[in-house]
Ligand binder design. Structure first.
Ligand code: HEM
Length: 398
């Protein structure tokens, strides 16, 4: 059976452009609730994609990688461009397995735990720069800079280039597909130069490790190294920013949960899992239907785009009792905030660690933080990441 979907290049670009032009909006959660009341699967004309809502169905799709491919065909000749398609995120087995096992060596829980002192120092430094009286913009002053500093240090990118990285990662997750492709080329050119430099002068950073790494005795091809750097930069940045911001909003909106957390700081890891369920950052990552298949009693043709909605599945009452309640003690909490199966987020230990350190420092230093303005929150423009543009908070007592 071929895993190559039968869509034309033009058709896929057209569909993806339409899909990317649909923004996530703050009322998306009301919409999920309405839709889930009457649909398990729904063909969305504006996104030119099938939307899948239920936990069990989303799990089935994430586990059946032969039928539901992650492989994005991005070149007109039908070949896969490992840079534009997002490294392992856009690969199927067996290539996915080989490359993932290699990259995951850098992301073992032990390797990540060693970063704790450095992450703590970065967080303290960021919080030292905010004034007691003025409060802060929790996105621009904390949630945005923290992950970019960490990932840039892991990759061995000079600190002076961080501003450039911020811009690139914003442009990349936005909704302008042409800008995304153009940005991926710029990032690739940047990493190309960095890789060449590290070939001459290897260091202890991740880029040098990827250059040294081998699969079956062969060095990694340059496009795979570049695709991995691009993926880590993008996947490791806007997502973690989003999680920290969403967590602050959840605690602001649920005063009793915040008080409980202040009294029992040991609940922080479980509170973070609940944020990942209740206000997921990554709402979906597309799959391409590789062979004609039946889903929820509906025939779906090869070549169609399918969006397994992690964020909606997290609200499925068949899996989560009382799904609309933000419960920082929820147990079990098998949410899909980091996906599931072979593509389960490789950076989950890092994202959890950064978020835990950022929130625990914030709660310790400014226990009375609260949002400066009530009312509508503005999201960063994206079709798949649910994260805030700004989040002004103040520290005075309420
Ligand atoms: C994959 C979410 C942070 C690296 C994924 C997937 C999700 C996700 C849902 C699965 C995609 C799919 O099934 O197609 C998140 C969230 C994060 C986060 C919510 C922060 C709160 C990070 C960080 C890194 C990272 C910090 C690395 C520095 C990756 C990689 C993959 C991935 C490499 C692809 C794994 C594969 O295809 O095998 N992430 N992520 N992520 N994530 Fe994350």
């Amino acid at each position: 059976m071929s895993a190559t979907p039968s869509y034309s290049y033009e058709e896929l670009q057209r569909r993806r452009t339409r899909q990317a032009s649909v923004l996530l909006t703050p009322d998306i959660y009301d919409w999920y609730e309405q839709m889930m009341a009457s649909h398990d699967l729904y063909y969305d004309e504006t996104r030119a994609s099938w939307l899948l809502f239920r936990y069990e169905d989303v799990m089935r799709v994430l586990q059946d990688t032969r039928t539901f491919s992650s492989q994005r065909t991005t070149n007109p000749d039908g070949s896969v461009d490992p840079i534009a398609s997002g490294g392992i995120l856009g690969m199927d087995p067996p290539r996915h397995r080989q490359l993932r096992s290699l990259i995951s060596m850098a992301f073992t829980p032990r390797a990540i735990a060693q970063l704790e002192p450095r992450i703590r120092a970065i967080v303290n430094d960021l919080l030292d720069h905010v004034g007691d009286e003025d409060g802060m913009d929790a996105i621009n002053d904390l949630a945005f800079p923290l992950p970019i500093i960490v990932i840039a240090e892991l990759l061995g990118v000079p600190a002076s280039d961080r501003e450039q990285f911020r811009q690139w990662s914003s442009d990349f997750v936005g909704t302008d597909y042409a800008l995304r492709l153009a940005t991926s080329k710029k990032i690739a050119a940047y990493f190309q130069a960095l890789v060449e430099q590290r070939r001459r002068q290897p260091g202890e950073d991740l880029v040098s490790e990827l250059i040294r790494a081998e699969i079956d005795g062969e060095r990694l091809p340059a496009p795979d190294i570049l695709g991995t750097c691009l993926l880590l930069l993008i996947a490791g940045h806007e997502t973690t920013t989003g999680l920290i911001g969403n967590a602050i909003v959840c605690l602001d909106e649920h005063a009793e949960a915040k008080q409980e957390l202040l009294a029992h700081p040991e609940l922080l890891p479980s509170a973070i899992e609940e944020v990942l369920r209740y206000r997921a950052v990554v709402h979906t990552i597309p799959r391409i239907v590789a062979v004609d298949t039946m889903l929820c009693g509906q025939e779906i043709k090869a070549g169609n785009l399918l969006l397994p909605l992690f964020a909606a599945a997290n609200l499925d009452s068949r899996q989560f009792p009382d799904p609309g309640t933000f419960d920082i003690r929820r147990d079990p909490n098998r949410h899909l905030g980091f996906g599931y199966g072979i593509h389960f987020c490789l950076g989950a230990p890092l994202a959890r660690l950064e978020t835990r350190i950022a929130l625990s420092a914030l709660l310790e230093r400014f226990p009375n933080f609260h949002r400066r303005h009530a009312g509508q929150l503005e999201l960063r423009p994206s079709s798949f990441i649910y994260g805030l543009k700004q989040l002004p908070i103040v520290f005075e007592s309420v």
